[in-house]
Ligand binder design. Structure first.
Ligand code: NAD
Length: 260
């Protein structure tokens, strides 16, 4: 389905991004991996994708809190494979604290990575997509692109920003064979969720088990974590030709969270 196409997935050394990279590779795309982690572990992920799906996979180390690094990542992908056809802006971090105690540097980091990096990567990738008259931009939003939760000021602000960016880019690219959508997951069991449990427990004066049951899954009517494979399947569909008329959308995959 995506044979001959190139997919760049930011933050793909872990969690949702890794599952999306593997899903796009399973559909035939060559993939560009990005994110932090142990070099040997990342190399194992890269070769795993090549061996499992008979595609090419490369990894570029880029700190996407820096605008220049976002642009350079897109350029490196284009130089390696000739194009970036599918851009998945997925890298993101979380920090949990009451707003009056929220550290300024954490605010700046989250806005830079969870919002501005998507802008810089889209800006760099669009000229090539427009010239080829085909492109798929998929932003990892969140249920927090649509609703808020306490103690997540920067994350909720960044994800609401992603919703606005997604809609604007969709309007600007609608006649170029390009779509731009956001996937908005509820709680997905990944390292990002696991890591915020101790801080949430401290902020709310709860045990970690109570946080899982009464905070995280309290918002999710299914009472189940979404899986990374389910998110990847949605991304693969959005990248397909069948999804050509879906643009500017915020795709909820949240076990009913924002319906409540
Ligand atoms: P994760 O921690 O497993 O993965 C985050 C990825 O981003 C990793 O590959 C990490 O190395 C990379 N990264 C971190 N800082 C970076 C930087 N400065 N530059 C480049 N890469 C960087 O987390 P995840 O849960 O898979 O989250 C992925 C995305 O999904 C995020 O945008 C997150 O907001 C979103 N999301 C997650 C959930 C959830 O419940 N897990 C729910 C909704 C949305």
């Amino acid at each position: 389905m995506l044979k001959g196409k190139t997919a760049l997935v930011t933050g793909s050394t872990s969690g949702i991004g890794l599952a999306i990279a593997r899903g796009l590779a399973a559909s035939g795309a060559n993939v560009v991996l990005n994110g932090f982690g142990d070099a040997a572990a990342i190399e194992a992920l890269r070769t795993g994708i090549e061996n499992d799906f008979a595609v090419k996979a490369v990894y570029f180390d880029a700190d996407l809190t820096k605008a220049d690094a976002c642009t350079a990542l897109v350029r490196s992908a284009e130089e390696t494979f000739g194009s970036v056809d599918v851009l998945v802006n997925n890298a993101g971090v979380q920090f949990v604290a009451p707003v009056e105690e929220f550290p300024d540097d954490k605010w700046d980091l989250i806005i830079a990575l969870n919002l501005s990096a998507a802008f810089h990567a889209i800006k760099a990738a669009l000229p090539g997509m427009k010239a080829r008259k085909w492109g798929r931009i998929i932003n990892t939003g969140s249920a927090h692109a649509l609703v808020a939760s306490p103690f997540k000021a920067a994350y909720v602000a960044a994800k609401h920003g992603i919703a606005g960016l997604t809609k604007t880019v969709a309007l600007e690219t609608a006649t170029f064979g390009i779509t731009c959508n956001a996937i908005c997951p509820g709680y997905v069991w990944t390292p990002l969720v696991e890591k915020q449990i101790p801080d949430t427990a401290r902020a709310r004066g709860m045990t970690e088990e109570q946080v899982k049951k009464d905070v995280l899954l309290a918002a999710q009517p299914t009472k189940e974590f979404v899986t990374v494979e389910e998110v990847a399947a949605l991304a693969v569909f959005l990248a397909s030709d069948d999804a050509r008329s879906i643009t500017g959308s915020l795709q909820q995959i949240d076990g009913g969270w924002v319906a409540a």
